[in-house]
Write a protein that binds this ligand. Structure first.
Ligand SMILES: NC(=O)C1=CN([C@@H]2O[C@H](COP(=O)(O)OP(=O)(O)OC[C@H]3O[C@@H](n4cnc5c(N)ncnc54)[C@H](OP(=O)(O)O)[C@@H]3O)[C@@H](O)[C@H]2O)C=CC1
Ligand SMILES: N[C@@H](CC=O)C(=O)O
Length: 323
């Protein structure tokens, strides 16, 4: 049995789902996979709590100690990150700290991957540990896993994806005659759109996820990738038999460039057929044909499930670096 003590950073919707899943399914995963996942501590911005079973209520949390001390004291094998993707430096520094102390990193947080990509990869390889980012590339849709390992040898020429559930949902609502404001409000009510939906609508969130996929797929340094993005705006005409989609694309022969465009896709195509907040990525693999990954719940629970998959993978597979 592989013991997997976990320090969880972030106790928002994703972190809470992750802690709850580990608590509820621990015995099942022990039997099924031979791994004993247990969250031993949870941290917020400035407070923390030790955990033995269910996470204690916030009133019982105490001031946070330095992460290095907490990781050492608990013997953590994994740092699980579900903290805001707001561009702050702390998640990147925390991930580097964890790797230096011999822990794997599993993350749904995206922004520090953009700023610390190469450093994280080098630190992980040096330590013989992995940084697993499936939750950051599209919640429960395993597009990152496919990019990193399943398509090896397929020589992918191009990748196209609907990577932001809000954009797909809002575009369909606009097509039905709703206004942009009310479509976004409905997406927020359903927990799809962020509280500040700017990155959902501008294409920035889709571009971030596509940048991460290009890093896994072609080894691009995601920090250097340039983005050209077209925002989702009020309703516009579309030819019959098509739906508007926010499509993020990258081409192997245009290294370092990700484009996000709002374009018409045939309703029967993998991207045009998406419903509500569903996501999909199509890999164009030359003589191997096209491979599309779609589905997987786009929600805090979906992201938490992706983190669970990555935690089990980190414990069981002897791979190092960004995965
Ligand atoms: N929601 C979704 O469907 C998806 C979300 N994601 C990503 O998952 C991440 C988590 O999202 P979500 O659960 O909505 O939560 P939030 O992004 O709202 O994060 C809130 C939590 O992070 C804690 N926190 C903030 N900074 C730190 C820090 N430096 N160290 C430790 N904890 C910190 C907060 O602490 P405190 O409580 O003390 O304020 C709080 O518990 C985000 O990066 C998001 O982009 C990815 C895929 C899907
Ligand atoms: N707001 C995002 C949530 C996941 O990253 C989206 O709409 O896809």
């Amino acid at each position: 049995m592989i013991d997997v003590p976990i320090v969880l950073a972030g106790f928002g919707p994703v972190g809470r789902e992750y802690a709850e899943l580990v608590h509820r399914n621990r015995a099942q995963w022990r039997d099924q996979h031979g791994v004993d996942l247990r969250v031993v501590a949870v941290r917020g911005r400035s407070t923390q709590t030790e955990v033995d079973g269910a996470v204690p209520p916030r009133e019982q949390w105490t001031d946070a100690e330095p992460l290095a001390e907490l990781l050492a004291r608990t013997g953590a094998r994994v740092l699980a990150q579900a903290v805001p993707s707001d561009g702050g430096d702390q998640p990147g520094l925390d991930a580097l700290q964890a790797l230096d102390q011999g822990a794997h990193v599993v993350t749904a947080t995206k922004s520090h991957l953009l700023t610390h990509w190469s450093r994280l990869d080098e630190a992980a390889r040096r330590a013989g540990r992995s940084v697993r980012i499936s939750g950051a590339t599209g919640a429960a849709m395993p597009a990152g896993d496919v990019a990193r390992s399943v398509l090896r040898g397929f020589d992918v020429d191009a990748v196209h994806g609907c990577l932001n559930g809000t954009a797909t949902f809002v575009l369909d609502q606009l097509a039905e005659g709703r206004t942009l404001d009310s479509a976004v409000a409905e997406a927020q009510r359903r927990g799809i759109a962020e509280a500040d939906p700017t990155a959902d609508l501008s294409g920035a969130d889709a571009a971030t996820k596509m940048r991460l996929i290009t890093g896994l797929l072609w080894g691009w340094d995601v920090a250097d990738v340039r983005v050209e993005a077209e925002p989702v705006e009020e309703r516009r005409a579309v030819e019959p038999g098509h739906r508007l989609r926010q499509v993020a694309s990258a081409h192997r022969d245009e290294p370092g460039l990700v484009r996000v465009a709002v374009r018409a896709e045939p309703v029967g195509s993998p991207l045009g057929a998406l419903v509500g907040p569903e996501k999909a990525v199509r890999y164009d693999c030359g003589d191997a044909g096209s491979v599309t990954v779609s589905g997987g719940r786009s929600s805090p629970r979906g992201a938490a499930r992706a983190m669970i998959k990555d935690t089990i993978g980190a414990a069981l597979e002897a791979t190092a670096g960004l995965r």
